[in-house]
Design a protein around this ligand. Structure first.
Ligand SMILES: O=C(O)[C@H](O)[C@H](O)COP(=O)(O)O
Ligand SMILES: [Mg+2]
Length: 311
């Protein structure tokens, strides 16, 4: 689906008048996290000052991350540790979006309410906060080699390894992915479980390089099953609707800031926000933003270039 804009995205770095004009257009800024505010645990220089500048000028700041390895509470702690005060209500993560979808949107039969999780503690914490039962995730029992006995038990659908109450498979970024988890997820979906993904980002930006992303965890299952999961992170509008529900903002006065064209910028464009702003410190390149199928209204070399506005 192409979202090419007829006008070329504006490069605002170094353009003081253009930066001030751009900032004047918006009351709300939705910030992607990985690749925009930080790379892994390295917070980009000027990030704290930039967010302070926006808040000082009365702008609402909302954090919207596809990284499902942390819960909203974890992100609040990470932001605070980096000198960025926030409250949980300003944070939307794909783990939260997925948990809300499962607990409030899906109408699961009473005996099929359990989730088989491929992912980390962020998903587990958000499922717990919605009282959604789950197995897998960070459970050490799944961090092991598959055994000859496992093959037989799985093939037979033995309840010692195939939990009959599993009605959903939820796949997020998992730093301990393995053959056993993929085999179990495959069999749960084949037995009728709903196939969900927190997000399908192919790569994770960290330390200035790219690593396997959440999408690389669900890719083997897509290959085996021949079907795509329903993904609850950006660009899905499930998160945008939740954010609008919380802040009741005027979408034409809101801007999405992101490093990835096919998630962040697409999320903003499809959400009909007034603006989208790309940054070149994460996944997408200048060429992606300027000539790709999904283009932002404007882009910066780095987020802290907004400080040049002297706003
Ligand atoms: O693989 C992933 O899950 C994503 O690359 C990553 O976590 C994206 O996070 P965001 O840039 O949306 O904060
Ligand atoms: Mg990002």
């Amino acid at each position: 689906m192409s979202h090419s804009l007829s006008t070329e995205p504006r490069h605002l770095t170094g353009d003081k008048a253009g930066l001030r004009e751009f900032l004047d257009k918006f009351d709300v800024f939705l910030f992607d996290c990985d690749g925009v505010l930080w790379s892994g645990d390295h917070c980009f220089p000027g990030t704290v000052e930039t967010l302070e500048l926006l808040r000082k000028n009365g702008k609402q700041v909302v954090f919207v991350t596809n990284n499902s390895t942390k819960s909203r509470a974890d992100y609040r702690k990470k932001l605070e540790a980096l000198g960025i005060p926030s409250n949980v209500e300003e944070i939307f993560s794909s783990s939260y979006s997925s948990s809300i979808y499962i607990s409030r949107i899906l109408q699961l039969p009473e005996n099929k309410r359990k989730v088989f999780v491929i992912g980390e503690t962020g998903i587990e914490q958000e499922l717990r906060s919605e009282n959604v039962p789950f197995i897998g995730g960070t459970d050490p029992a799944y961090r092991r080699e598959i055994t000859p006995e496992d093959y037989k038990l799985v093939a037979a659908g033995d309840e010692s390894i195939i939990d009959p109450e599993v009605g959903v498979v939820l796949v997020g970024l998992d730093f301990h992915i393995n053959y056993l988890k993929h085999a179990l997820a495959y069999h749960y979906v084949k037995r009728g479980a709903i196939f969900l993904a927190t997000n399908i980002d192919s790569t994770l930006p960290s330390s200035g390089a790219l690593f396997p992303g959440a999408g690389s965890m669900s890719a083997p299952l897509i290959m085996m099953l021949g079907q795509e999961p329903t993904a609850l992170g950006k660009p899905s509008q499930a998160m945008m609707d939740a954010i609008e529900g919380k802040f009741q903002f005027d979408r034409s006065r809101a801007c999405m800031v992101g490093d990835r064209a096919n998630t962040d910028i697409r999320f903003g464009l499809e959400g009909k926000l007034g603006g989208t702003l790309g940054v070149l410190t994460g996944v997408s390149s200048k060429d992606n933003f300027v000539s790709g199928p999904v283009r932002p209204h404007a882009y910066l070399d780095k987020l802290s270039d907004l400080l040049e506005s002297d706003y």
